[in-house]
Design a protein around this ligand. Structure first.
Ligand code: BES
Ligand code: ZN
Length: 647
């Protein structure tokens, strides 16, 4: 985001009619003060150190009315630049409450792809420390998901939550929205008196009858981690400073599913040092939440599809908990290095799962991820986008969403697995523990990481490691650590048999003998492998290894035996619907498919199904029909991604 000559053009504009506050094309070639590819903020001149929010949440108009009170570190600036998108700015004042003076502001043009929003330029002087922005959100505030009562589990109370990462915080708060800037924040929030408000901060445990809530986040965090949720929410403590929030109807189930959280916390602390944030709670959101989890500090947001009744998806929780070190303590300085957040976190997640479930299970989970990476790399090759398989990406003028792929996550994690293999686990662990401590509450980029790695782990090449190849070149380096997991080979071999026209799950006859009244008798039992005989992740690998060409009768037979279309687990449902979409079989299960797409909003599940459907003419028609109905239930993150596929 570059501005050329902001100050001189600024002077012309300050003088113009204050009622026409949207700057014209002249601001387009304004100056070079932005430090981040996705933010207009002139952080080097002036940056927020503390933000206080005065907010009123109005469900009837689906609007947040707010004042964002910024305390600035000012190095002699005459203009402070903030990011906004989809916000109405009423006025801007300078100074402390009750002593505020209005100041001029202008709003720059929207970027051509409407990705980054607009610059809000506020006139200040070199002594300005307090800037107060009076604003309200609009229907274009993409971070916000306003759910009417029909979309909540109570069916009687509405719900609101925000999703800030990567660049959506600017759609509900006027802010310098770059991850390289850290700020503390506090908030006074007014909500309807029958609802609870929660933030990524110290949180209440009960509903406050007057609807007023005060929040404090005493540690400096990047803007994308500011989060708010409002609903008819209850709380249950899980011990060891951990707890769970959910809509009241779901609370007991959530608490049971997440009962191992205290143990995960103990494991994480043992690995990489003390947890720095006080409490760790998880809020289970309604079904529209577009992600599996989001690591908002002190209060992870989680998708209700994690509540499967069998703890089979708790690795997502391990992942979000791990972000309390990788990501939240040590943060990627820009979205070009999302891998520093996510790759480290996936590695950490795998380590927590290994400590909890043992190596065999953890390796199966890791292998599912590795297979996904291989598939992504294959796809990138065919699409000619292999350049984006570098860990460090050039995202100038590009949507930071591009970085959210198996490259940052899984290639990133296997970078650390390979380091572990090369230097031994105790040595890598000591390195990571010291790394989290060294960079606590700071941000880091790939270059700094590489030099830190070189100094403390590869020791100036004493034991050489190709980290530059890992970070800056496309594809997967040859020395990448591999996983050997025999159970995976067995289940994938079954899929191969199916692909060759055989059915690998025939009944087995087992003859046993037993004694009755002193006589030996024979019993013949028919044993059928059942759904519960395999892990969810084994079924996933099985379904994914099936060819698109598997005949419809076979799909019917599999579904009859294992009831994939009725699985209580969305991972299975998603993979099964994707496979079925390549066959006319999809029309036999379209009721289940439609119910799924109308209820679930997690992009990782929804998007691949639409992508598979649009590959046939009939499928595309079905996809469009379902989307027309479903889109109002999706968060903008999911809705926008699906829209691109259906275009
Ligand atoms: N922080 C991410 C979600 C995210 C990343 C949102 C980039 C926007 C931009 C979160 O921790 C995450 O990775 N969620 C995953 C969980 C999975 C990898 C265990 C998800 O939602 O699928
Ligand atoms: Zn993550």
């Amino acid at each position: 985001m570059k501005f050329v000559g902001i100050f001189c053009i600024g002077i012309i504009l300050w003088a113009c009619n204050p009622s026409s506050r949207t700057a014209t094309s002249s601001t387009e070639n304004l100056s070079a003060f932005a430090q981040d590819d996705h933010s207009y903020a002139n952080l080097e001149q002036i940056n927020t150190t503390h933000l206080h929010l005065d907010l009123e949440v109005d469900f009837s108009s689906q609007t947040i009315y707010g004042v964002a009170r910024h305390r600035m570190h000012n190095r002699g600036a005459d203009t402070a630049i903030f990011d906004i998108k989809g916000l109405l700015i009423q006025k801007v004042t300078l100074g402390a409450k009750k002593h505020e003076k209005e100041t001029d502001f202008i709003i720059g043009p929207m970027d051509k792809d409407s990705l980054f929003g607009q610059a809000l330029l506020v006139k200040v002087d070199s002594s300005t420390q307090l800037i107060n922005i009076y604003y309200q959100t609009t229907q274009a505030s993409a971070a916000l998901d306003w759910l009417d009562t029909t979309l909540t589990s109570s069916k009687t109370k509405p719900f609101l939550y925000t999703q800030g990462q990567a660049i959506l915080t600017r759609t509900w708060i006027p802010i310098q929205d770059a991850p390289s800037n850290r700020l503390t924040y506090s908030a006074d929030v007014k909500v309807p008196s029958d609802l609870m408000a929660l933030m990524s901060a110290k949180n209440p445990k009960d509903i406050h009858k007057e609807g007023l809530y005060h929040f404090e986040m005493p540690h400096a965090i990047p803007s994308y981690l500011i989060a708010l949720a409002v609903g008819d929410i209850g709380f249950k403590d899980l011990g060891n400073q951990c707890g769970v929030y959910a809509e009241k109807e779901l609370l007991e189930q959530c608490a049971a599913e997440f009962e191992d959280l205290p143990q995960m916390m103990a494991t994480a602390e043992k690995l990489y040092g003390p947890y720095q944030w006080g409490r760790y709670d998880v809020l289970v959101l309604p079904y529209s939440f577009p992600f599996g989890g989001m690591e908002n500090p002190m209060l992870t947001f989680a998708n209700p599809t994690l509540i499967t009744g069998d703890k089979s998806l708790v690795s997502v929780l391990a992942h979000e908990l791990a972000h309390s070190w990788s990501g939240n303590l040590v943060t990627n300085a820009s979205w070009s290095d999302l891998w520093l957040n996510e790759g480290t976190t996936v590695y950490f997640e795998q380590r927590i799962m290994e400590a909890l479930k043992g190596k065999e299970i953890a390796d199966i989970l890791a292998q599912v991820e590795f297979r996904e990476l291989e598939q992504t790399l294959g796809q990138m090759k065919t699409e000619g986008t292999l350049a984006d398989s570098k860990l460090h990406l050039d995202l100038k003028n590009r949507d930071p969403d591009i970085a959210m792929s198996d490259i940052a996550y899984v290639k990133g994690a296997f970078f650390f697995r390979t380091l572990e293999q090369t230097y031994t686990r105790p040595i890598l662990d000591a390195f990571l523990k010291a790394y989290f401590k060294h960079y606590s509450f700071q941000t880091i980029n790939a270059k700094q990481f590489a030099s830190h790695l070189n100094k403390y782990l590869t020791k100036n090449g004493q034991k050489p490691f190709n980290y530059n190849e890992w970070i800056y070149t496309a594809g997967l380096p040859k020395n990448c650590a591999r996983i050997v997991a025999p159970r995976i080979e067995q289940i994938e071999a079954k899929a191969q048999l199916l692909n060759q026209g055989k059915y690998p799950f025939e009944d087995m006859i087992r003859n046993t003998t037993f004694k009755k009244n002193g006589k030996t008798r024979r019993r013949t039992q028919i044993i059928r492998p059942q759904y519960k005989d395999y892990l969810i992740q084994e079924w996933q690998l099985f379904i994914r290894a099936l060819s698109d060409q598997v005949p419809i009768e076979r799909l019917r037979q599999l579904d009859k035996q294992f009831a994939f279309s009725h699985s209580g687990n969305c991972e299975i449902l998603c993979d099964w619907f994707v496979l079925a979409a390549h066959s006319p079989y999809v029309f036999e299960i379209q009721t289940e498919l439609k119910d799924f797409l109308l209820k679930i909003g997690r992009r990782k599940y929804v998007l691949p199904i639409y992508e598979a459907l649009v590959q046939t003419k009939e499928g595309r028609t079905l996809a469009k029909k379902i989307f027309n109905e479903a889109q109002v239930t999706y968060h903008s993150v999911t809705r926008n991604s699906v829209q691109k596929v259906l275009r």
